[in-house]
Design a binder for this molecule. Sequence first.
Ligand code: SF4
Length: 512
Amino acid sequence: MTRAILDCYTDEPAGLGVPPFIGVWPRYVAGLYQDEPTYLTIDDIRLVRYVESVPKVTIDPPAGRTHIEVLNHTREYDEIKRVLANTDEVVIVVGVQTPGKYLSARPGTLREVNKLLGVAGFQPAIRGRDALDTKAAPPARSPFRKVLTGPVLTGGTQFRGGTRPQLPEAGDFDELHPLVFDTYEQLQPPALKGAALIGQMPRLANRIVEIETGRGCPREKGCSFCTEPIKQTVLWRRPELVIEEVKTLMGFGARAFRLGKQSCIYSYEGGDPQKLETLLSGLAALKPTILHIDNANPMMIDEQRTKLFVKYLTPGSTAAMGIESFDPEVTKANNLNCPYDMAFETIRLVNRLGGFRGENGCHALLPGINILLGLAAETLETLDKNFAALKRILDEGLLIRRINIRRVVPFPGTPLYEQVGQKYLRRNQRLYTPWIEKIRQEIDIPMLQRLFPIGTVLKDLCSEVHNGGTTFMRQIGSYPILVAVWERLPLNEFFNVRVTGYRHRSLLAERI
Ligand code: SF4
């Protein structure tokens, strides 16, 4: 049987697979089969439609924006058609459960997959106004089996915050195939075998590979909105297994890694500092160009483990803390894990140990803050309390790498979905946009001025997309700052820049 994997990209509370990140899902799925499947992305399927609908399509037009919805295609039109025409089964990886804004990719939705897979290569071309409107495409039967897998099978998927999740419908797929395993020893053979799949991925030198160190949530009762506790009980992956996978991936050309597929990296192996050091020192010994982390439960952040991260990670990493709200009522109603005072203590601690600048121009390790809007018990005062806390961080002279503000999606199976659904989201919706704007102006910009003063030199930024004469670039890493250069530079190359100004959540810079 010939098989293809269709990567629609994944974004979960624990684990990211939206380019430039390479997620675990397509790799593990590929490792399940004896023959290596062909790797396709949702961009490939869109490209087929694009080419058939818009003659002389330009992915990166000189006077407009780069078309990120097809930027991560793996093959040219003819070859994609050939792959689809000769494939018996397409395994589709779908699941965005912590939707964000993506600079250089657009995840695929369930509806889009269904429409496009029916069309790609097997239906008459759709022309004119309807060409890029997925709703206008007629449903059609595919000549191959369609197997759905990924986070979508636990709770659904939603690409836009604040809206209802999409759930797979019976009849749209030939099979729903959850990827389950009981131990990491069981997972290791497919993880190692599937590593070869990255050889088929475009621009490997500019990608960062997500690595799994554990799954499930170590808290007895999870946060109201989170899908991690409903996916699997807590398991940690032994250091040797993680190191073995990274070594294998490096053998196929990967150089940048993030320990991001776990609910909390500080909780690794129950928070055992010796095991954490075994893991980090073993990975650092392989000399990856980037070694970063994601997801840190403030309750687990302490001096000893923070020192280990500062010692072994490459500079520019972020300990992203799911504080979610600084309003004690919301913290209580949603069983959040970070009381107000603890948030400040941990932010101060990470600043004290990781707040020095590394050789790439970024600080060694800084905290990041996640704020969620639309949680249970949220009131107008919640927004005031969140703003006041962020202002206090700023006034104390502390550094925060980024403030991530999302509108919650109540996924089925979570306590939030069962208890209040979208009630608070609907009620307070109109307040969000001006409030977010206030944060961006009054907190973010002064914070960026402190983090990256005018004249700061940042190294090794990859040019990712254009907007007319402007090139947008970022370093490869966990939460790299977005930088705009007023020059049209070739994409997918590396540059050093000097900071010249500030914009919304981004820097202006000149090439040096
Ligand atoms: S601590 Fe909360 S957000 Fe983190 S994995 Fe557990 S339930 Fe999810």
